[in-house]
Design a protein around this ligand. Structure first.
Ligand SMILES: [Zn+2]
Length: 218
């Protein structure tokens, strides 16, 4: 198995912890190159089995991960040492949807600014963009791809409850969620699916951000 191709991350099956770590490092390198995890921001996880995940430790540049930066965590129970407080946001997604095998959290200028702009509405819909079809569950550009938007909160347990509730109640295809002035959470049946979402959603957010700079023709 190589650590420098994305082919290894397109598995929806259970994997060993070591295999999960290889996938996370590979995706991290790619997302780092895309500028989606500046400084030490972001965190990534990969399901190992029904009860466990592999997840990045806190405080490292996610574009330059090494195996010792990946932690083994139960989906329920105490956090592993050196884990991010946001580990619970990852664990909730795995707990509530057995088909999720990869979760990615990223930061970008577009994610930071548009999350704040759409906080009051609580949702951001992408409509009419061809690239929406790259997102799983979106068959045509006529089906809106929905991002939920939440106020950023240092109380991760409270935030996790709000996210879980709204994901249960959501109508339509939710492809991820934004935390205001913070960043994006997205997921998929494999880390490759989640990576596609992260890149596709970032492209769509950049389109929306660019639109705000348009001025009507004189
Ligand atoms: Zn973050």
């Amino acid at each position: 198995m190589t650590t420098d191709t994305l082919g290894v991350v397109n598995r929806a099956s259970e994997v060993s912890f070591a295999e999960a770590a290889v996938e996370i490092i590979s995706v991290g390198r790619y997302l780092g190159q895309q500028g989606l995890v500046p400084a030490t921001s972001g965190n990534f996880s990969r399901r190992v089995d029904a009860k466990h995940i592999a997840i990045t430790a806190s405080g490292f540049d996610k574009g330059f991960l090494r195996p010792e930066h990946i932690l083994f965590s139960a989906i329920d129970g105490p956090h592993p040492a050196n884990s991010s407080a946001e580990t619970d946001l990852h664990r909730a997604l795995y707990r509530n949807d057995p088909e999720i095998n990869g979760v990615l959290h990223t930061h970008s200028v577009a994610q930071t600014l548009l999350s704040a702009k759409h906080l009051e509405a609580g949702e951001l819909h992408f409509e009419g963009y061809e690239i929406q079809k790259a997102l799983f569950g979106i068959p045509t550009h006529e089906v809106p791809a929905i991002l939920l938007v939440f106020e950023n909160d240092q109380d991760i347990q409270a935030l996790e409850k709000r996210v879980t509730q709204r994901l249960k109640e959501a109508n339509g295809v939710v492809v991820g969620y934004l935390l205001s002035n913070h960043g994006l959470y997205t997921w998929g049946a494999s880390l490759e699916h989640a990576r596609r979402h992260a890149v596709g959603i970032e492209f769509l957010l950049n389109c929306e951000l660019e639109k705000l700079r348009w001025k009507p023709a004189a």
